[in-house]
Design a protein around this ligand. Structure first.
Ligand code: ADP
Ligand code: ADP
Length: 231
């Protein structure tokens, strides 16, 4: 699904240039669950943002399903992002002014889906995430664990093929954290590819493979459990 070759990313602010990613090579197969770890500032979020097409590399190549992302126009990238990618963040990033239902419905509105179809999809995914009873509530009325379940619902309601999760349990206690990891694992077992940034050793054990970044480079990789490529 993903192939990254010699990826570099530098940021220039005033006179200072930061090399956030330095010659990263990475392959992620469809159906894999990959954890990215490493100290603060090592480039994890930058890598996730590039994979999510929210940011562009300075150098190197990025192929998504065989297509070089750098060669695509912005509207083509937006189309891939809306139809294939789902994002989950540490701080949930829900819209406070919208209800649970409306937050999850939003990506479907962006896809121009009909109202009746939207309704069916939203109901279904809220049931799955065990949050349907809160559909009329606003994010601030929910616990952190509930808000993250809404965020996961929003990420998968479009049938996203790839979920990008940036410290999805970072603001949760262990009970809610484990619940969120179990939901992500279920989605992965149904075929959704997951790339997750985490500081948590507990969370990393849910992944097939752990990649360790240090100073913008992949320094070690370890296989947690076997992953077999689907034919
Ligand atoms: P991590 O997610 O591992 O904490 P980041 O990817 O956020 O690391 O950051 C990697 C490096 O790039 C850090 O030195 C950070 O300060 C820098 N950086 C990230 N984003 C920007 C940006 N938009 N502008 C300038 N520097 C940035
Ligand atoms: P984390 O450590 O959880 O990865 P950060 O707080 O380092 O998160 O970064 C959050 C976001 O802020 C990142 O997506 C990155 O692009 C941006 N960022 C990080 N460092 C800088 C910086 N020095 N200047 C501007 N933006 C930055």
């Amino acid at each position: 699904m993903i192939q990254i070759q010699n990826l570099k990313k530098s940021f220039r602010t005033e006179e200072v240039e930061t090399l956030a990613l330095n010659s990263v090579n990475l392959k992620v197969e469809t159906g894999e669950f990959v954890a990215i770890m490493g100290p603060s500032g090592c480039g994890k979020s930058t890598l996730l943002n590039i994979i999510g097409m929210l940011d562009n590399p300075t150098d190197g190549a990025y192929f998504f399903n065989g297509e070089e992302v750098g060669g695509l126009k912005e509207n083509q990238r937006t189309k891939i992002r809306k139809g294939n990618l789902g994002f989950v963040f540490q701080s949930f990033n829900l819209i406070d002014e919208l209800t649970v239902y409306e937050n999850v419905e939003l990506p479907l509105i962006y896809l121009n889906m009909k109202k009746s179809e939207r309704q069916q999809k939203v109901k279904e995914v809220l049931e799955r995430m065990k949050i349907a009873h809160r559909e009329k509530h606003f994010p601030q009325q929910l616990s952190g664990g509930q808000q993250q379940r809404v965020a996961i619902a929003r990420a998968v309601v479009t049938n996203a093929k790839l979920i990008l999760a940036d410290e999805p349990t970072g603001n949760l206690d262990s009970k809610n954290g484990i619940e969120v990891m179990n939901l992500l694992t279920e989605l992965n077992q149904e075929g959704t590819t997951i790339i997750m940034v985490t500081h948590s050793d507990r969370d990393s054990h849910y992944a097939h493979r752990v990649i360790n970044l240090f100073d913008g480079q992949i320094v070690t990789e370890s296989q947690n459990k076997p992953f077999e490529v689907n034919a």
